[in-house]
Design a binder for this molecule. Structure first.
Ligand code: UD1
Length: 348
């Protein structure tokens, strides 16, 4: 058995897939989640996939004392993967203080507790949102592209948290960190035992596509077809959530087992492939054989026109590469939607 890892937000979308990959790689996992945007039965799904039930603590990372108690209770935690955060861009504009309080206080608490409990490494979930709209010469975007002023409080919390980690380590704190800048995570575990559980009407593209395909939503709106892109719709780098989860396992091993690396490292986690919204919708129809009712609608405020990753550093330095093609990824999202539909018919 490898080291014990604390995963905050471990019942969430990316968190749950990462817990699976950590356990399959031999790590012992303790999940901390306040279930504000996830369900307790996600732990059952993780257990079914891996055969191991991770420890679970229903705790809010903003509660310093409760977090202190979690570290004391498990004693041997060596690394943290910090997912727990509020993540709806639009909501963050409406409720900025909630976002600043949740996303920043939780990181401050964890960083302060790490040295007290001998925890060496933290992997932080950041986002390509820190790059804003990169200029043409910065596409695909590398880790050295300039950071641009955030367009939302959510995006700003990612930037501020990256700076907090840098400043703390620079001050001599005895910890190491890997910051992962995710592009657009999509899909679900191939078992369809865990996946994305959007709260209310989905804001993100893929859950909206699958909910439209199954008939929960009448029609998908593709926001904007007059962008400066080949088909006029926005371009993103859609990364399979299981591939993304595996990047965390690599990052954890690098932080805990490799003494020669820098105290803070940043990696883009994407495929390197820019795909338009229209290509996603058409790709979904092709891969699943299911039609999606859609139409063009005006641009969505705050959307970036095009961004995709240069994942070279993650490929060569971290030794990680996105492996799954878009069709398989979209099929996994559909399989998960079918599973949710089955559950709702059974009244679960
Ligand atoms: C945004 C954030 C990202 C954050 C993510 C999670 C930015 C630049 N990106 O990603 O940091 O992690 O949300 O919430 O702030 N689309 C439609 N119709 C829909 C939904 C989406 O056409 O109903 C289009 C969008 O206009 C966009 C693409 O699909 O071009 C992807 O949208 P979405 O899934 O919401 O992700 P981002 O906005 O890229």
């Amino acid at each position: 058995m490898k080291q014990t890892i604390l995963v905050t937000g471990g019942t969430g979308f990316i968190g749950s897939h990462t817990v699976v990959e950590l356990q399959q790689a031999g790590y012992k996992v303790v999940i901390v989640d306040n279930l504000s945007n996830s369900r307790a039965d996600v732990v059952d799904g993780i257990e079914k996939i891996t055969g191991v039930r991770p420890a679970f603590e229903n705790v809010d990372c903003c509660d310093f004392k409760a977090m202190d108690d979690v570290f004391s209770k498990y004693g041997d935690i060596k690394g943290i993967i910090h997912f727990a955060a509020s993540k709806a861009v639009g909501e963050s504009v409406q409720k900025p203080l909630l976002y600043y309080r949740n996303n920043i206080t939780s990181l401050l608490n964890i960083l302060e507790l790490m040295p007290r409990h001998g925890v060496k490494g933290i992997i932080f979930s950041s986002s390509c949102t820190v790059y804003g709209q990169p200029s043409a010469e910065n596409l695909p975007v590398t880790e050295n592209a300039p950071i641009q002023k955030a367009l939302s409080p959510y995006g700003n919390t990612k930037q501020i948290n990256e700076e907090i980690i840098h400043d703390y380590i620079h001050s001599g704190a005895p910890i190491k960190s890997v910051i992962l800048r995710y592009f657009n995570p999509i899909g679900a575990h191939p078992s369809a035992l865990i996946g994305e559980l959007p709260n209310g009407t989905p804001m993100n593209l893929i859950p909206f596509v699958t909910q439209t395909a199954i008939g929960i939503r009448k029609q998908l709106k593709i926001f904007g077809n007059d962008y400066n892109t080949p088909d006029g719709t926005c371009i993103r780098d859609y990364i399979y959530v299981v591939d993304l989860a595996k990047a965390h396992v690599k990052a954890m091993a690098r932080v805990l087992d490799n003494d020669d690396t820098d105290a803070v490292e940043i990696f883009n986690i994407g495929t390197g492939r820019g795909v338009s919204t229209l290509e996603v919708v058409e790709g979904f129809e092709r891969a699943t054989g299911v039609k999606v009712n859609w139409e063009y609608a005006p641009r969505r405020e705050g959307d970036i026109e095009k961004v995709w990753a240069d994942p070279e550093k993650a490929n060569t330095v971290l030794g990680w590469k996105a492996e799954t093609n878009l069709d398989d990824t979209l099929r996994s999202a559909w399989k998960w939607q079918l599973k949710l539909d089955e559950e709702s018919k059974q009244g679960k």
